[in-house]
Design a protein around this ligand. Sequence first.
Ligand SMILES: [Zn+2]
Length: 77
Amino acid sequence: MSEAESNCQHVVLAQSPLGAVSLCPECGVLHLAIHNLSLRFKPSAFAELTRLLNSAQAHLPAEQGAMLAGAETVSIH
Ligand SMILES: [Zn+2]
């Protein structure tokens, strides 16, 4: 989408075996990287995503939540 990205210095905000979230201070864009998948969000969209994920997690039956807690795999449907 923007080749200017290559000059950007990303600051890693959080990392896990699943992936990482980094911030590009220049662009004000958040990058969500999961394996070879990378998504970019405006801060407001990222906040909305966080809300969405938290809501989904909250609605997940407890036993499945526990099962997924150690998962490091993502499948795209
Ligand atoms: Zn950037």
